[in-house]
Design a protein around this ligand. Sequence first.
Ligand code: NAD
Ligand code: TYD
Length: 338
Amino acid sequence: MKLLVTGGAGFIGSNFILYWLKKHPDDYIVNFDKLTYAGNLENLVSVQNNPHYRFVQGDICDAQAVRVAMKDSDTVVHFAAESHVDRSILDSTPFVKTNVLGTQVLLEAAREAHIQRFHHISTDEVFGALELGSTDKFNETTPYNPHSPYSASKAGSDHLVRAYHDTYGLPITISNCANNYGPYMFPEKLIPLAITNLLEGKKVPVYGDGLYVRDWLYVEDHCSAIDAVLHKGTVGETYLVGSMTQDVPNIEIIKTILAIMGKDETSIEYVKDRPGHDRRYAIDWSKIHTQLGWSPQYADLRKGLEKTIEWYTQNQDWWKRVKSGTYHAYYEQQYGGK
Ligand code: NAD
Ligand code: TYD
């Protein structure tokens, strides 16, 4: 395959490129990324001289740049997005531009270039919230009901991707996945924020009552799920990707991290809640399991957290550089008032 990967310098995109070049060394990858605050080429130093890999800096909203970058590709794997809910609450403009308009620009270019597969990476957050204490799960037929500007913009992009399939016959697939965690995750999201704050001797901010539930997916499992969809998935179909078999509230995740890191609960700081905070996400991932034979290899959350904590402990230069500069201004704006 000749892949154009958008957003390949971000958390999941860079894990995907490292995974793919190892697993499929005969394939070619062009990584097209704007390098926003979340993009970091340091993640890809180990492949930067690989002749099967090329980086192009560009914005997915720039039709001409996208056209040029896509020229020799047969497959698009679209990760590029503004991805953080809290930032979307502070300013939704870049979310609508990149996630909605940028996706439309890519779809148009893919149509022109006769791309053989356009795989769109989306999120379970487009489905809204489930009730705490219920056993309900999202599946491929759950109606869309997004609540944050982030999830609304991702919902818009999903609808556009499906519309390009139904209207123009573009060969698309979509995956809606759970909250990922693992190496190279930007420390604005809960798990890396908690680990790096604790490594710095700071407290972990917990929103509201801490009884919010997410389905957590180790990033390597997400990469293998995309691999399964690209090689075995059916054009036009959507696949949900999750990992958990039971609910674990945020506060329990934080307590597990504290226990692994040898800290006590005085390191927890309850802060004001996020507006429109979705109570619970849970994914029924039986379709990708039964139809494509995919299963998560890191379904044991504690093991995944241990692996992640080990990575952040051994790669302090990476996150210390990331946490310098504009990160401070964001942290002050988000948490300054507590
Ligand atoms: P990230 O924020 O870590 O990385 C996003 C990448 O996209 C960065 O490298 C950034 O530079 C690039 N980018 C942003 N705007 C761009 C633009 N206009 N043009 C080109 N590049 C641009 O995000 P992530 O956590 O790796 O998420 C990747 C994808 O997975 C997103 O589509 C996100 O919605 C989805 N997703 C993420 C999670 C999660 O837990 N992180 C869960 C479900 C779905
Ligand atoms: P986050 O990692 O931002 O992902 P998402 O909002 O996309 O699910 O947040 C995960 C959960 O953790 C969510 O319920 C919000 C909560 N949270 C905190 O309690 N404290 C924090 O500092 C952050 C960033 C998140």
